[in-house]
Design a binder for this molecule. Structure first.
Ligand SMILES: *Cc1c(COP(=O)(O)O)cnc(C)c1O
Length: 449
């Protein structure tokens, strides 16, 4: 048995893994075409045919709506902006509560605060790492206006019971699909399982346009309000109302410029075509890895609910230190020592991590409850309109705490174009570490006096 690299031995592999690169000649050609047209954005912040953007933006939106089985798709300059427009569109305001997962990227919870409402965190399901109807139910109050369900790691939350619960209480459900494009639930793509779905086209996601995003919905009124908030709604709403003969709805009509450019939209159209195949490659790589990793002591593979198509933004393994006798930190350090970084992301080291991002309630924003001004007004957490009691105590979220601080090991080494030979290095490294747990335990013991 060769010595562990962490203990001075030879690593399993030193040659960098291949980069995940989804931009190709087709994207370049699409960009060149836009450049030659000279029109890099055709949006107009007024009620006019160009209010909805230029030809690439509109084609991209129609194609995205088709691919995700949605009646409407509204492009946006990021998922963060998409959540912002969605929360605004729903009419969330001061005194309202929005239930959101605390085990997600920070952006998932910010939109309610911008509209002077408060995020109420619910615990996650320990198996799916997403919110569930069981964890959401105890958090519902008369103030609950919306729920933001995050399909974390590429998995899909168990949506049917969540929608049933939401319908009973007349609550709008927004799906944060940033990590789950092309994932599906009982044969239906994510995004329209709830009332609104928000996708990211940021560089780190499955498919990307550098920065960008899309909001999908089957509700025309919500799509319209998202489009207004995206593009200077306050300057448009009156003319639009007059033109369409509707009544003036000024709720949350503070518009922004969160528009996607023609170049990004043109890239997005190409990415949309490539997405499904990239996702299948990822899923095949995960299946290959999992077939070689069964029976590794203390390590379990993600469990996917029947009817869910998981798209593996990351491959989240579950680690049990009680079984290995070795701390997660030590086990991960030993594994990383055996493997190389990935091209284009060398600066991040080996793409294996403990847990995911720090649970949101632990951020200073929530712990000090300071958002606007110097904190003396307390808005929105303690503003006069808010009559509830907030709970940002980590002890209230045992499943999140356990997943993040003791159990979850994530990696990104299943991304294409990883070949079987590349994946075998990952498998060999995991087996090598697992076969030498006693040596690791001794090393760990020597560290802690
Ligand atoms: C990446 C991500 C976001 C933010 O997406 P942007 O397009 O970068 O704004 C939001 N939620 C989740 C779950 C994410 O992974």
């Amino acid at each position: 048995m060769s010595e562990l690299a962490l203990l001075g031995g030879k690593p399993v592999r030193t040659e960098a893994f291949p980069a995940y690169k989804v931009i190709g000649k087709d994207d370049e050609d699409a960009v060149a075409k836009v450049m030659q047209s000279g029109i890099l954005s055709r949006f107009l912040g007024a009620w006019h045919p160009d209010f909805h953007g230029g030809p690439e933006v509109q084609a991209f939106e129609a194609e995205w709506a088709g691919a995700f089985d949605a009646a409407h798709a509204v492009s946006i300059n990021s998922n963060t902006s998409g959540l912002f427009c969605s929360i605004g569109a729903v009419g969330v305001g001061p005194g309202d509560e929005v239930i959101v997962s605390p085990y997600t990227m920070s952006a998932s919870a910010i939109a309610p605060i911008i509209f002077n409402a408060v995020p109420v965190f619910a615990d996650i399901d320990p198996v799916s790492y997403c919110l569930s109807a069981e964890t959401i139910a105890p958090k519902i109050t008369p103030r609950t206006k919306a729920i933001i369900v995050v399909h974390i790691f590429g998995n899909v939350a168990d949506m049917d019971p969540i929608m049933e619960l939401a319908a009973k209480h007349n609550i709008t459900v927004i799906e944060d699909c940033a990590q789950a494009p092309f994932a599906s639930y009982k044969g239906r793509p994510v995004g329209t399982l709830g009332h609104l779905g928000v996708f990211s086209l940021n560089y780190h996601k499955h498919i990307h346009t550098g920065e960008g995003g899309v909001v999908v919905t089957n509700h025309a009124n919500l799509a319209e309000r998202v489009a207004l908030i995206r593009n200077h709604g306050e300057a448009v709403i009156e003319a639009k109302t007059k033109a369409e003969g509707g009544s003036l709805d000024l709720v949350n009509m503070l518009g922004f410029n969160m528009r996607l450019g023609e170049i990004e939209a043109a890239i997005g159209r190409r990415q949309l075509i490539k997405g499904p195949d990239l996702i299948e490659q990822r899923r095949a790589n995960v299946a290959y890895l999992e077939s070689k990793l069964s029976g590794v002591p203390g390590l379990s593979m993600p469990q996917v609910q029947d009817g869910v198509k998981h798209v593996y933004y990351v491959h989240a393994l579950s680690y049990e230190a009680q079984i290995t006798g070795v701390r997660r930190e030590t086990w991960v350090a030993a594994l990383k020592a055996e493997l190389p970084p990935t091209q284009l992301r060398e600066g991040e080291g080996v793409l294996i991590g403990q847990g995911y991002v720090r649970p949101l309630y632990r951020q200073p924003l929530y712990q000090t409850r300071q958002a606007y001004g110097d904190g003396k007004t307390g808005c929105p957490f303690a503003c006069p309109h808010y009559t509830g009691t907030l709970d940002y105590d980590p002890a209230s979220y045992p499943n999140v705490e356990n997943a993040h601080f003791t159990r979850v090991v994530t990696h990104e080494l299943m991304r294409p174009p990883m070949t079987h030979k590349d994946l075998d290095a990952v498998v060999d490294a995991i087996h090598k570490v697992s076969e030498q747990l006693p040596a690791l335990k001794a090393w760990e013991g020597a560290l802690t006096p």
